[in-house]
Structure formats: structure tokens, C-alpha cells
Design a binder for this molecule. Structure first.
Ligand SMILES: [Zn+2]
Ligand SMILES: [Zn+2]
Length: 487
């Protein structure tokens, strides 16, 4: 994949390219680039040739496949539901989430790692991207997205771990719009900001509910100022209350927020079903939507990892067709507004939220082939939240955005591809091999927990019902259970 996508990423004309292979042990390839190149880029879905200035930089390519499994096992939170944003470096207050580590990025932040594919050159109009950083201002997300060849993207509109953030500056707004124009992103269709992890719209406590609402509304207003139409958020947690009470509180908050704004569509993300989290079953999403007054202002984002972990299979063509028919039946396909594309390190129905790189998890490459070739998904933003942390030579975690650049090209290559070919089977097998160690590890954890629960269950039999699980503050606002098993 590395070599192939490097070829894809290579601009149309190059003046100098030198390739050096360093130590055989890690098989790291360095490519020196020092030139102005022409690259085909997509502007509003149309092909345009653009001069791309590349700096004199050394690109550290992704480690060879044989070392990837080891690199993935780095003990870092693995998924972008817990995405790290460099904005958090200045977090000074005590928050519920663990303090963010100083993020390091391989190479230069402004370095183009892949050219954007012209969507019109694809057999289907799939807009694939990733959850990029908006560190230093939300306007920076645009260049960050362009650098990895993303045709859609997600970003946090402000620090996702702070209740208070400075208002959107006039300059930021101006620059955001200028960069949108320059790069040809359609903010209304292909940018999908992600809500704060602190916000729980199902919160029963009035003061806390108001705080959550204020944060939520502030984000929606930012969307409208930036011309963004879709806003993705986690529905929340029941906090131990009955599901229907939580569902109606969420809907009431949405109704209130819709009245206070004009156009933004609030997009509910499906969850993996851990603890008291709302939204792991399609019925819960349906029930929220049914209580929303303005149905044109509400939608759903399917996270493939969450769906699979919650018990909705997508991995074979048959299972995919059944899951989508079920979604249409229960929720309605017209409400589907976006995707989070993540493979799953945890097995089917395990209710574990552990994002894996595309093709390396229990979903496998075939699941993504199903998605990439499904016509009703055209034009939806499809955002990767896959792990990109690798262990640097000093043992510290380093973000390698080349992984996203490669995954975007990999997903695009699946469009119109015949999956019943030896080429597809080889790719599928290669990626599965890469994730084998991680899958085995998590499978083992899941099996052990099931064993323990079964024992507990038989001991606790005299009691009629198990007491509700005691929830930590963190769990109340977050479905993110990977902290406990990332080691
Ligand atoms: Zn997740
Ligand atoms: Zn997600």
C-alpha cells in the first residue's frame, strides 16, 4: 500500500526525486522533494491543475507492513473520538479528560502528503477525508485537509475539552472563507465539525444541562458563521435514567437549538453501546428524531466502527445490505448525512469503541468496498477517525498523517473495483495480517470479560436485577472506553 499510494500521491510532474533506503530493520524510505509541481486537484468536484509549492523537506514514509502491527501497539488512545487537538496544549483548567500530551507530527505541518483526487474522476462521487486538526484556529483545518488529499473533513470548532472558548474572531472567519474558496471545499456539504465531548444533551441536572446547551449552541452558531451546514455530535448519556427520558431531553435541547439558529443540521452519531450511552440502537436514533419538530434540521452520521461494535454488521455484501435496509426501515435513509469510516479492533457486538485502520480490523476491507460502491452514499462527507500515532525513535508518540493520506487513496481505489479478483483478495489479506496481533489481543480481552460476566451473573442470580453500573464522570460525557484497554 505504501508504495502504491506513494505513486498516487506523486504529483504529475516532478523535477527531482531521490529515494534513499535507510536501515533495513525499520525499512523507512525517505523521499526528498524540492520543487514546484503540478497536481490535479478537485475544485468543487471539477478537475483543475494547480501549482503546488513543496518545501525542501524529508518525508518519512510509513514503516513497512511487517513493523506496523508493533507500531500500532503503542499504548496510546486509539481513536479520534478521543482525537487530540493541539489546541489542547493550552488547556489550563482541570477537565474530566486526561491532560493532552504534547502532540508531535512527523515532518512539516504544512507539507502536502497527497494531492486531492478529482471526485469527477471517480466512478462514484465519494468525498473521503479525515478528522483534521484546527490547532491555531479553525481556518487551519482547510490546509490540513488539503495536505492529506481530503475531499471532506471533520474538525473541532473550538477546544473540545474546555467549557469556555474565545468567540470566533472576525479575522478567523474571513480567512476561513478565503481558504475555502482557494481550495474549493463546499463548507455546506463536505465539512462535518465534531461536537465537544463535554456536552451531554441528555443531562438531567438543570444547571449542567444549560451549560451543555450553551456550548452546543455556540458551536452551531460558529457553523453558521463559517457556512457549515452539518454538525455532528454524540447524543449523550442517560446517567442511569430511563432511556425514554434521556431521549426526550436530547430532542428538547435540539428543538431549542434549532429555534435559536437558522440552517445548521444537527447530525446525531450512532454509538457502540457501552454503559448508559444513548444512540447505539437505530431505534434510539429514530426516537430522538421523532421528537424533533423541524425534521429538516436533524440527521444521522453512521460511524462504521460503532455500528459494528453495537451489533450491526457491514462486513459482507449481504450483511451490509441487511444493515442498510434495517437502517432505512427504522430511521430512514433520508436522515443519513455523513459517515465516520473506521475499522474495528474489537469483535462484532462487543460494545467496545476501538477504531482500527481501514482493512486491519474485524470489519475488514470488504466492508469498505461495500460502502464505497453504494450509490446512495454519494456526496456525503466520509471522515476517517483511524489511529495515526506511531512510536517515534525516542519512544514518544508521533502523528503520521501519511496514514490518512494513504487510507483516503485506498478507499478511493475501492470505488468500481471488482472485489472478486486475486488483487482484492491479496490487499484484503495483507491488511488483515497487519491487524492480526491487535485483533487477537482485543478478542482475548472480550472473551475474558464475557467469562467474568458469566461468573458474576451466576453468582448474582438471587438478586432480581443487576444494579446499574456505577458511572464515572468521564463516562457520562463520553463513549470512549479505549483508555482502559489501550495498553
Ligand atoms: Zn469511537
Ligand atoms: Zn465517530
Amino acid at each position: 500500500m505504501v508504495r502504491q499510494s506513494l505513486r498516487n500521491a506523486k504529483p504529475a510532474t516532478t523535477t527531482t526525486t531521490t529515494t534513499t533506503t535507510t536501515t533495513a530493520k525499520t525499512a523507512v524510505t525517505a523521499v526528498k522533494v524540492d520543487k514546484t509541481v503540478s497536481a490535479k486537484v478537485a475544485v468543487n468536484g471539477r478537475v483543475k491543475t494547480e501549482k503546488v509549492e513543496t518545501k525542501k523537506t524529508t518525508v518519512s514514509k510509513r514503516k513497512a507492513a511487517s513493523t506496523d502491527a508493533a507500531a500500532a501497539d503503542h499504548g496510546d488512545p486509539d481513536h479520534v473520538c478521543a482525537v487530540k487537538d493541539e489546541d489542547d496544549d493550552d488547556v489550563d483548567e482541570k477537565v474530566k479528560k486526561p491532560a493532552a500530551k504534547k502532540r508531535k507530527t512527523k515532518g512539516d505541518d504544512n507539507m502536502p502528503l497527497a494531492a486531492r483526487t478529482a471526485v469527477t474522476s471517480l466512478k462514484r462521487a465519494m468525498f473521503i477525508g479525515a478528522h483534521v486538526s484546527g490547532a491555531g484556529g479553525v481556518q487551519n483545518s482547510i490546509q490540513n485537509a488539503a495536505n492529506i488529499g481530503a475531499n471532506s473533513f471533520a474538525v473541532f470548532l473550538k477546544s473540545q475539552r474546555k467549557w469556555q472558548s474565545p468567540p470566533l474572531a472576525a479575522d478567523t472567519k474571513k480567512e476561513f472563507h478565503a481558504l475555502l474558496k482557494q481550495h474549493g471545499y463546499d463548507a455546506a456539504q463536505h465539512i462535518l465539525p465534531h461536537g465537544s465531548y463535554l456536552v451531554n444533551l441528555a443531562q438531567a441536572d438543570q444547571a449542567k444541562a444549560d451549560q451543555a446547551y450553551d456550548n452546543f449552541l455556540d458551536d452551531l452558531k460558529r457553523c453558521e458563521a463559517l457556512g457549515i451546514q452539518l454538525y455532528n455530535f454524540h447524543p449523550g448519556s442517560t446517567g442511569g435514567a430511563p432511556m425514554d427520558a434521556a431521549v426526550s431531553r436530547i430532542a428538547a435541547q435540539l428543538n431549542r437549538s434549532h429555534k435559536a439558529t437558522k440552517s445548521v443540521i444537527t447530525v446525531i452519531e450512532n454509538m457502540c453501546g457501552s454503559g448508559n450511552v444513548v444512540g447505539s440502537r437505530f431505534e434510539e436514533l429514530r426516537d430522538i428524531i421523532s421528537l424533533v419538530d423541524d425534521k429538516s434540521r436533524v440527521g444521522v452520521c453512521i460511524d462504521t466502527c460503532h455500528a459494528f461494535a453495537a451489533g450491526y454488521d457491514l462486513s459482507s455484501p449481504k450483511a451490509f445490505a441487511e444493515t442498510m435496509a434495517h437502517f432505512d426501515d427504522i430511521v430512514g435513509i433520508e436522515y443519513l448525512k455523513a459517515f465516520h469510516l473506521n475499522d474495528s479492533k474489537a469483535p462484532f457486538g462487543s460494545h467496545r469503541d476501538l477504531h482500527a485502520n481501514i482493512g486491519t480490523g474485524f470489519l475488514g476491507l470488504r466492508a469498505f468496498h461495500n460502502i464505497m460502491n453504494h450509490a446512495p452514499f454519494e456526496n456525503l462527507p466520509m471522515v476517517l477517525e483511524t489511529p495515526i500515532d506511531e512510536k517515534g525513535p525516542d519512544g514518544k508518540s508521533v502523528e503520521n498523517r501519511q496514514i490518512w493520506a494513504d487510507e483516503i487513496k485506498l478507499l478511493e481505489s475501492l470505488i468500481g473495483m471488482d472485489a472478486d479478483t486475486p488483487e482484492f483478495a491479496a490487499k484484503e489479506a495483507e491488511l488483515q495480517a497487519r491487524g492480526a496481533a491487535e485483533r487477537d489481543k482485543i478478542q482475548d480481552q472480550v472473551d475474558k470479560k464475557a467469562e467474568k460476566d458469566a461468573k458474576k451473573g451466576s453468582k448474582a442470580k438471587p438478586k432480581a436485577k443487576a444494579a446499574p453500573k456505577k458511572r464515572t464522570k468521564k463516562e457520562e460525557t463520553d463513549d470512549d472506553d479505549d483508555d482502559e484497554d489501550s495498553d
